[in-house]
Design a protein around this ligand. Structure first.
Ligand code: ASP
Ligand code: MG
Length: 446
C-alpha cells in the first residue's frame, strides 16, 4: 500500500479536490490511503472562531461558522452537481451542529482550553474528508478511532498501539482498486477525547500511518515540486532536489525550510520507508525522494536560514582549565527552559544562539553570577546542509570566499557534520543565502 497526503491548498476548492481524486484513482492499484488536511485557511478560521467565542463574541464566532459551512457546502455542490447525497448532507449538518455547540460552550464559559480547541480544530479535517469520500467513492475512516494519542492537547503524540490498531482497523479496508480516506492532524485519547498533533500535523499523520502500515511509499502532495535547494523567493535559481537524505531533511527543516514538519520524518526513517514530496498540480513534474541514505555524490544539498536569533557570548576568566564550566552554564539554560541551537567554544568564552524571542533577563542575571555575558540580537542562522560536506575539502574556503564582505559572527559545524551553520546579521541573511547558493550549488559543485 501507499500513503498519499494532500495539504490544504491541494483540497482548497472543487477543482483541486477533483485533481486529488484523479491522482487517487490513478494510484488505486497500489491500495492508497489518502490522508487529507482541512481545506486551505479552514484551520485558521476555526482558531479565529474559537478565539472570538472565548472573548464572548458569539455572533462573530457564528458568522465564521456560517461562512465555513457555506464554503464546504459550496465545494460539495460543485463536485456533485447532480445532487449532494443525503448521507453527505447529513454528515455536513452533523459537523455544523457540533461546531455550533462547541462555540456556544466556549462563549458561555469564556474559556478555551487546549482540549476544547482541539475539538474545534478537528472539524476542518472531518469536513474535507467527508466531502472527498462522497465525491471519490472512497471509504471514510475516522482517524480518531485508529490514532490513539496521549492527552497532550494541541501537541498530542501517538500511543505505542498504533501499529496494532492500524492492522486491525485500517489494513482490512485497504486493497487494490479501493480508495480509503482519513484525516491528517487529528487523533483521540483512548477515552475518546479528540486531540491534534499540532499545526501542520497532517504530514506527521501520513508518516505515522505509513510507518504503522509498512507503506511502500509515503507521498506528500503539496504545491511545490519537492524540496528546493533554497527558498525560491530569495534564490530564483533554486531547484528541486531529486534525492534528499533523512538527516539532511531534518537539518533543513530545523533551520527553517518550510516543506516538512521535522517530526514527520522520524516514523518513516525508522522503517526505512521513502517519503516523496510532489506537486499536486504537476504530478508529472519533478519531485524529491527522501530516503535514509543518499547515494549521490554532491557535497552541498541545500541552504536554509532562520531568524531572528540572539547570540550570547559567555566569558569567564576562571573558565580556563576549569572543569564543570559548561555543565554549570547549561544548567542555567535548562533551569530557565531556554533552548540552545548552536554552540561554539573558545578557550575563555562560549558563544551560543537562542531564539530571538527567548526570555533572557533572568537567565542572563543568573549567568552573570559567574561569567560576563554579551548579547547580540537580530541575528540569523544560515545553514549549509549536505551529507558529504565532511568528506569534501575546500567547502569552507568557498563559502567564506563567497561571504568575503559579509560580517560572519559565528560558525558552527554540526556534530553530525552535515550542517555548516553561519551566523550573520538578520539583514545580511538573504544576501548570504544568494551568494552561498551561487558558489556552492550553482557553481557546479553540487
Ligand atoms: N489543518 C492543519 C493545519 O492547518 C493540519 C495540516 O494542515 O497539516 O495546521
Ligand atoms: Mg499544511
Amino acid at each position: 500500500m501507499i500513503v498519499m497526503k494532500f495539504g490544504g491548498t491541494s483540497v482548497q476548492d472543487a477543482s483541486a479536490m477533483r485533481e486529488v481524486a484523479a491522482l487517487a484513482r490513478a494510484a488505486a492499484d497500489r491500495a492508497p490511503l489518502i490522508v487529507l488536511s482541512a481545506t486551505a485557511r479552514t484551520t485558521d478560521a476555526l482558531f479565529e472562531a474559537a478565539t472570538r467565542a472565548e472573548q464572548g463574541d458569539l455572533a462573530g464566532a457564528l458568522e465564521l461558522h456560517a461562512a465555513l459551512l457555506d464554503r464546504h457546502r459550496g465545494i460539495a455542490q460543485d463536485l456533485l452537481p447532480a445532487g449532494v447525497p443525503a448521507s453527505l448532507q447529513a454528515a455536513l449538518d452533523d459537523l455544523g451542529r457540533e461546531l455550533d455547540l462547541l462555540l456556544r460552550g466556549v462563549a458561555l464559559l469564556r474559556e478555551l482550553s487546549p482540549r476544547s480547541m482541539d475539538a474545534i480544530a478537528s472539524l476542518g479535517e472531518r469536513l474535507s474528508t467527508r466531502i472527498f469520500a462522497a465525491f471519490a467513492g472512497a471509504a471514510w475512516v475516522d482517524a480518531r478511532t485508529v490514532l490513539h494519542t496521549d492527552a497532550v492537547f494541541g501537541c498530542a503524540r501517538p500511543l505505542p498501539d498504533l501499529e496494532a490498531r492500524c492492522a486491525e482497523l485500517l489494513a482490512p479496508q485497504l486493497g487494490p482498486g479501493r480508495i480509503v480516506v482519513t484525516q491528517g492532524y487529528i487523533g483521540a485519547t483512548p477515552q475518546g477525547l479528540t486531540t491534534t498533533l499540532g499545526r501542520g500535523g497532517s504530514d506527521f499523520s501520513a508518516a505515522l500511518f505509513g510507518a504503522a502500515l509498512g507503506a511502500e511509499d509515503i507521498q506528500i502532495w503539496t504545491d511545490v515540486e519537492g524540496v528546493l535547494t533554497a527558498d525560491p523567493r530569495i534564490v530564483t535559481a533554486a531547484q528541486p532536489i531529486a534525492e534528499l537524505g533523512f538527516a539532511e531533511a531534518a537539518e533543513l527543516a530545523a533551520f527553517g525550510a518550510k516543506v516538512l514538519h521535522p517530526a514527520t520524518i522520524q516514523p518513516a526513517v525508522e522503517k526505512g520507508i521513502p517519503v516523496t514530496v510532489r506537486h499536486a498540480r504537476r504530478p508529472q513534474g519533478r519531485f524529491t525522494t527522501i530516503t535514509a541514505e543518499v547515494r549521490t555524490g554532491r557535497p552541498v544539498t541545500a541552504l536554509a536560514h532562520r531568524g531572528p536569533v540572539s547570540v550570547l557570548t559567555v566569558a569567564s576568566a576562571r573558565m580556563l582549565n576549569q572543569s564543570g564550566f559548561l555543565a554549570k552554564l547549561f544548567d542555567v539554560f535548562a533551569r530557565h527552559k531556554v533552548s540552545v541551537d548552536l554552540i561554539s567554544t573558545a578557550e575563555v568564552s562560549v558563544s551560543l544562539t537562542v531564539e530571538g524571542d527567548a526570555p533572557l533577563g533572568p537567565l542572563v542575571a543568573d549567568l552573570e553570577t559567574f561569567a560576563t555575558v554579551g548579547i547580540a540580537t537580530g541575528r540569523a542562522i544560515v545553514a549549509v546542509v549536505g551529507e558529504r560536506l565532511k568528506h569534501t575539502a575546500g567547502i569552507t574556503g568557498l563559502a567564506f570566499g563567497a561571504l568575503r564582505d559579509v560580517n560572519v559572527e559565528m560558525i558552527s559545524m554540526g556534530a553530525n557534520e552535515i550542517n555548516l551553520s553561519i551566523v550573520v546579521r538578520q539583514e545580511d541573511a538573504k544576501e548570504a543565502v544568494k551568494r552561498l547558493h551561487g558558489a556552492l550549488i550553482e557553481g557546479g559543485l553540487a
